[in-house]
Ligand binder design. Structure first.
Ligand SMILES: CC(=O)N[C@H]1[C@@H](O[C@@H]2[C@H](O)[C@H](O)[C@@H](O)[C@H](O)[C@H]2O)O[C@H](CO)[C@@H](O)[C@@H]1O
Ligand SMILES: [Zn+2]
Length: 281
């Protein structure tokens, strides 16, 4: 089960992992917490859907999300509390944080109860969400982390908690390699970056627990990103990295292990190659 904040996060952060496990026949559930109503719009013809005008972007992003999931494989998709229950809170400190339905202001136990109901039905062995900083500090990502962890705690009290909980992560070695790979690129989005510590994310390699190689699903992930056209323009840094550093960046996704026991792993830090490592077959 993947718990994500907005339509597009599932593809950007865990698209290759989701496609990998969907292809193995695992039951992959995605829970999306908001419709992304406050997002930018990189498709000029749709500019008037923005929150300040028609305020229809959320509904449109749900169609983008469904198209993205079709590219990733059979995915059981749920909206937390039903579509429209929680609203995209906007970037930290913006007025949208105060909207009466903003996810950032949601009652934690009420939101966790919505997720608990899905967990009781699906009984996930593994849950994937963000770290306490929401990977990069977005309020909806931080709240998604809190709701996922609270629901998992309540599920465990009821005897159906997940055996393992992972948080998305970007190893510093991969960040460094990505910045280096783009250094001579004409459209280097990170040209101003002098040190990877400037990024709001990045995990020391020794703290990473799992590296899921979904390179076989690189194209599926790119197709899913393309589906999110209002958020990810063709000029996005995501694609420039794909061109210069694609397989490693786009097809391989990393995680820290927040709950559960690590299974057998590879390499200098014993990174698991399977999120189900160590669980009974
Ligand atoms: C990947 C992700 O979480 N995207 C969020 C994020 O989008 C950012 C936002 O539009 C910001 O204004 C841009 O400068 C930045 O480039 C975007 O990544 O926040 C949006 C508003 O909450 C959200 O809709 C989007 O899914
Ligand atoms: Zn997001």
């Amino acid at each position: 089960m993947f718990v994500h904040a907005h339509p597009d996060d599932e593809s950007i952060g865990t698209g290759a992992t989701m496609a990998h496990y969907a292809a193995t026949g695992a039951h992959v559930t995605l829970v999306t917490c908001t419709l992304g109503e406050e997002g930018e719009i990189h498709v000029p013809d749709l500019a008037q859907l923005e929150a300040a005008q028609a305020d229809q972007l959320g509904g449109y992003r749900l169609t983008e999300l469904r198209q993205a999931l079709a590219a990733l494989g059979p995915i059981d998709h749920r909206m937390l509390g039903g579509a429209g229950r929680y609203r995209d809170s906007g970037m930290m400190g913006t007025p949208a944080n105060e909207h009466k339905r903003a996810f950032w202001g949601a009652d934690l136990d009420e939101a966790a109860d919505h997720l608990l109901k899905i967990m009781d039905e699906v009984r996930p062995q593994v849950v994937v969400t963000y770290d306490p900083n929401g990977f990069y500090g977005h309020p909806d990502h931080i709240q998604a982390h809190r709701v996922a962890m609270r629901a998992s705690e309540l599920a465990a009290e009821r005897g159906f908690g997940p055996a393992k909980i992972y948080w998305t992560a970007m190893p510093l070695s991969v960040l460094k390699a990505g910045v280096e790979a783009l250094r001579d690129s004409t459209d280097n989005p990170f040209a101003a970056v002098t040190d990877v510590s400037e990024f709001p994310f990045g995990t020391p390699d020794e703290e990473v627990a799992a590296c899921i190689d979904g390179s076989d699903f690189h194209d599926a992930k790119v197709a899913a990103l393309k589906a999110h056209a209002t958020q990810i323009p063709d000029t996005s840094w995501l694609y420039s990295i794909a061109g210069n550093f694609g397989q490693e960046f786009m097809g391989v996704e990393h995680y820290t292990l927040a709950v559960g026991d690590r299974g057998r792993g590879d390499g200098p830090y014993g990174w698991e190659t399977d999120l189900f490592a160590g669980l009974p077959e």
